[in-house]
Design a protein around this ligand. Structure first.
Ligand SMILES: *Cc1c(COP(=O)(O)O)cnc(C)c1O
Length: 400
């Protein structure tokens, strides 16, 4: 760890060092090969070193790196057109990260209430177990006390309500409420999907009370669930007014976006918001190429096929290892298994056998394979998990 001494101690990476990636695999300097079923947390959805992304980045790198938004940035208009053509949105603001996209979504919702004459409507209703990022506002939106402790007073304007409890949300609406901010599928919070029926009820509730429906699809978007965005499983009946996206949309290049309807974006005029790097030429070149690949029906069909296969295999693992696996969850290739043994220890056992996976809240093993996987990759991962769960049988039961 000594070569890590000058890095903030916010992370605790294992000693293994990866120097190259290709498709679903990562490689160390001496050529050790690992199957990547976490993809930088749902980022490298198209696998590592995708030739079309490498091509887009290197071509742009030879032309122009940065302009700032004081000029028209190549690629922004084209990419915004694509997102608006394939979603509910009319307007797009580009960011560098998920947290910034959520920040923009929060500002957009409040500002829209403001310009519609509802200056008192600033409160955002959020959900327990939510994760919206690590900025001061987004940790307050997420409401996880562990992420807020020691960072000053709790920020007013966010009310954190029980997960999946429609009545709690309904009862919390007051004359100060501006919006509901929610992940259609919680990633960090334990891979918990909301039903399309629930999302439709939220849409109706927002319409009834003049609230903006804001989705955080930073993790569940970019094709991860088998539709471009998870809420699109509701076939247009649970569209948001505002949505934050990031992670997979750049295939590994940092980029995010806040999408909004014309009405919701109305208040976001010159001087209200900005970003030096957001929507820069390099990000736009890669994100344009990534969009075309992610929006390909063949890729989305592969996600649906592979996720069915994967979930079926996970159910079989659960049946074979009832002492280890409590339940199987997820949507598309945003998958998880709640364990009876400590998920972090099980994750480490898998890494020792060259399978990279993650964890999430609620003692869940989180698996986010690239969207380009084949059945062979699934079989390889399942074989390792089978061995690992056998090893885990003798571990102490997990206690929250
Ligand atoms: C990762 C994540 C974020 C934060 O994104 P960053 O790029 O790390 O700022 C926000 N919301 C959700 C749902 C996420 O999964």
């Amino acid at each position: 760890m000594s070569d890590n001494d000058h890095i903030y101690n916010c992370y605790s990476p294992p000693p293994v060092e990866f120097v190259k990636g290709e498709g679903a695999y990562l490689y160390t300097e001496n050529g050790d090969k690992y199957l990547d079923f976490i993809t930088g947390i749902a980022v490298n959805g198209l696998g590592h070193s995708h030739p079309a992304l490498v091509g887009a980045l290197t071509e742009q790198a030879g032309k122009l790196w940065h302009l700032s938004n004081m000029f028209r940035v190549p690629g922004q208009y084209e990419l915004a057109d694509k997102y608006c053509a394939h979603t509910f949105a009319d307007k797009v603001f580009f960011t560098n990260s998920g947290a910034e996209a959520v920040e923009c979504a929060i500002k957009t919702a409040r500002r829209a209430q403001f310009v519609e004459g509802h200056e008192n409507r600033y409160e955002i209703l959020t959900t327990k177990g939510a994760f919206h990022g690590r900025t001061i506002a987004t940790v307050n939106a997420g409401g996880n006390p562990k992420y807020m402790e020691g960072f000053g007073p709790v920020m007013p304007g966010f009310t954190n309500l029980p997960f999946g409890d429609f009545d709690a949300i309904k009862d919390a609406i007051s004359e100060n409420t501006a919006a509901i901010l929610i992940e259609p599928v919680q990633g960090e919070g334990g891979v918990r999907a909301l039903s399309t029926a629930f999302l439709k009820s939220l849409r109706a509730l927002c319409d009834e009370h003049g609230l903006f429906l804001v989705y955080d699809e930073v993790q569940s978007g970019a094709g991860r669930t088998g539709k471009l965005f998870a809420h699109q499983w509701a076939d247009g009946q649970a569209d948001p007014d505002i949505m934050a996206v990031a992670k997979g949309m750049g295939g590994g290049f940092p980029v995010g976006a806040c999408l909004a309807t014309e009405r919701a974006a109305k208040g976001m005029v010159v001087g209200t918001h900005g970003s030096t790097y957001g929507g820069g030429p390099l990000a736009m070149a890669v994100a344009n190429a990534a969009f075309d690949l992610l929006n390909d029906p063949k890729l989305l069909a592969n996600v649906n096929k592979m996720s069915n296969y994967l979930l079926q295999q996970f159910e079989a693992l659960k049946d074979a290892h009832p002492d280890v696996v409590e339940d199987v969850r997820g949507k598309g290739l945003l998958t998880g298994m709640k364990l009876k043994k400590k998920a972090l220890d099980v994750r480490n056992l898998a890494r020792a056998q060259n399978l990279l996976i993650g964890t999430a809240g609620d003692n869940v093993l989180r698996l986010l394979p690239p969207l380009i996987i084949t059945e062979e990759h699934v079989r390889e991962a399942v074989a390792v998990l089978d061995t690992v769960f056998t090893q885990a049988k003798d571990m102490d039961d997990f206690e929250a």
